[in-house]
Write a protein that binds this ligand. Sequence first.
Ligand code: GLY
Length: 352
Amino acid sequence: MLMRQQIIRCTTIEKELALLLKTLSFDNLFVLMDKNTRKFCFPLIELIPEIKLAKKIVIPDGDGSKTITYLLKIWKFLSKKNATRKSILINLGGGMITDIGGFASSTFKRGISFINIPTTLLGAVDAAIGGKTGINANGLKNEIGTFTQAIAVLIDSNFFKTLNNINFLSGFSEMIKHALLDSSEALEEVLCFNINNLDYKKLNSLLFKSILVKEKIVMEDPKEKKNRKALNFGHTFGHAFESLSYKMLKFIPHGYAIAWGMICELYLSFILFGFSEKYLMKIISFVKNHYGEFNFDCSHYRLLHEFMRHDKKNVSGNINFTLLKSVGEIVIDKSIDMKKIDEALDFYKKNY
Ligand code: GLY
């Protein structure tokens, strides 16, 4: 079993990061950020003495930077600025930054330490914790990557106060997913949260409950041999929707794709395992109200099948799903045929 990852709940990022850096030994410190986090988040830590001396790498924002091109730039920068195995890279940003920064660190000189500071809700609840790192390649999401834990993840909810609604909702769907994997109480609490009038104290408490759900699963199965596959709930359809949106040049945020993907996978859970119709309907209504719809038609089904075939959960050509018998009762590695997949897509379209 994995050691518990150090997740630090911050009151102010400057204070907790300064304290953490005092306890660590390193020769060189690096900070990776994107243009947005350089402008809006970096000022919150720039006065820390160790950060003043750190070498900064800034890459363009957006998932378009999670590629081999920017990975090479990061490796080259680390090399040029004399990073060694005793150096530490701080990843300050959303999922794109923590994924590519974690991957660059886990491979540079066979691995240097890194710290994640997620600046989005999606990053805090999912991408920055649990040790998945990677880049997109060959037209596929997270096709190349490693399982490597950050030495620490610092979470300061103050960052989320400036998130726009789309970014907020993108993270919130992963919180719905964690609640579905956990318990009806957790699910009710998340679905009752007033998204139109955010109570940040309440959000913070929901966020840390949500992180605990993920942490528990990751500690038991860090390399996704078995039960960690639970965390892929909603992601088989979700990633296919996301890939289709890239293909159609109509980019949709990750969390939106997962919200829509969960509807298809809850439908499969309902017809195959008798998952509660009440919760299926409740989630459809929540997703409809807040996330709107993803526009596709039957002519896209073949492409969606193609994307699903590349899912990392598949073995021997079957498309494998994580489904739910009930809230908190998880079934992994459930192979589903194309007819049922199309039925779920039809169901999605009918209900929108
Ligand atoms: N995002 C799913 C996982 O970390 O396993």
